[in-house]
Design a binder for this molecule. Sequence first.
Ligand code: GUN
Ligand code: FE
Length: 429
Amino acid sequence: MTRQILRGNLCWSAAPDRLRFQERGCLLVQDGVVQGVEQELPDAWKQVPVRDFGQCLIIPGLVDLHIHAPQYEFRGTGMDLELLEWLNQRTFPVEARYRDEAYAEKAYQVFTQDLKNSATTRACIFATIHLPATRILMEQLEATGMKGMVGKVNMDRNSPETLREKGPEQSAGDTVKWLEACAGRYKHVQPILTPRFIPSCSDALMRRLKEIQIQYRLPVQSHLSENPGELEWVKDLCPEAEFYGDAYDRFGLLGGEGCPAIMAHCVYSGKEEQKRLLERGVWIAHCPQSNMNLASGIAPVREFLDLGLRVGLGSDVAGGSSLSIFRAMTDAIQVSRLYWRLADRDRKPLTLDEVFYMATAAGGSFFGKVGRFEPGYQLDAVVLDDRRLNRLGNKTLRERLEQVCYLSDEREIVAKYVAGNPVIEPALP
Ligand code: GUN
Ligand code: FE
């Protein structure tokens, strides 16, 4: 049994719309699991060394529910295109390079190091169709100590020959080979089934993926209702589907049955689709920066929350240009405010409390008991020294947290813990 105590200004979500603050609180941790938050140490803990972070803020680790590792290298470019042109002109040619293992090794090193140095503690990651490169990414992520789900992407149609699997059998066969190669190999990294999106996957492939999902009990991640051009295309490809989400659901790949799903975007999810997502217990990855960059639109997050849907945040690099989930939080607030001003005065904008919950507790729940400082939750935490921002030292804890969300970068991060283990080591005084 190992015990540890972290002390500092604790900030976490007590409820979906309410932050909680504990000044100079002690976070009691046993075997990587939070036991409680106390102002004074209980007798039984008095012998345990305290890692005291002084006036630093300590928050739950941020969760990125949707990111593309191979796209990291071209983030911030090609922002004059819409989704389908952007995929063809920018994304597919870059992803095709990951056939080369030496290239993947180099490029994924840049990605994993930057992710390690960010405030993100857990992520759900798309790789490419390539089996060796996907394994390289998993090995590198494992070495950081972060937790993540990584998907070898499936795509057997509507992409260039350099980035297309040769039919459903090859795609499914490679997926099984990949799963067998990962089995029992990682402590921190897990595989996740990753059909890219409906236009990339034939019906026969979707059927095979469902069989694989049942056999290996896998979660699934994909894209849904992101951009108008894509929606039209899906209608042509699947005229029998009632709506886009139904095209996944027909194959049993919209979650449920102990195999949860993350669907990224849902910008154009109407009432029927929302209802189905609720029935299937889907996690929505809201990716506001990507939705701005690719001119996709603004997702109706307020409607999702009112309906009781689970909504986490995604960077969607490289649709999104920043890896930062702080940035995703503030973008989510900002686009919701524009939506309220320009389109619908009845749709209340999102608050800091709400987006903080999305980035920590809601995203974290995809991984189990993750994202809160409550008993039984795994200790994922980020320690932030905000002296660069709070120069006059005259702000409340809430103001300091708000400013950190809007303005901080890696410079503020002094330590990061995932499931109790340090991923960024605190520099001892
Ligand atoms: N839809 C299918 N593939 C992608 C992708 O790589 N990024 C985004 N944003 N949407 C997609
Ligand atoms: Fe994406």
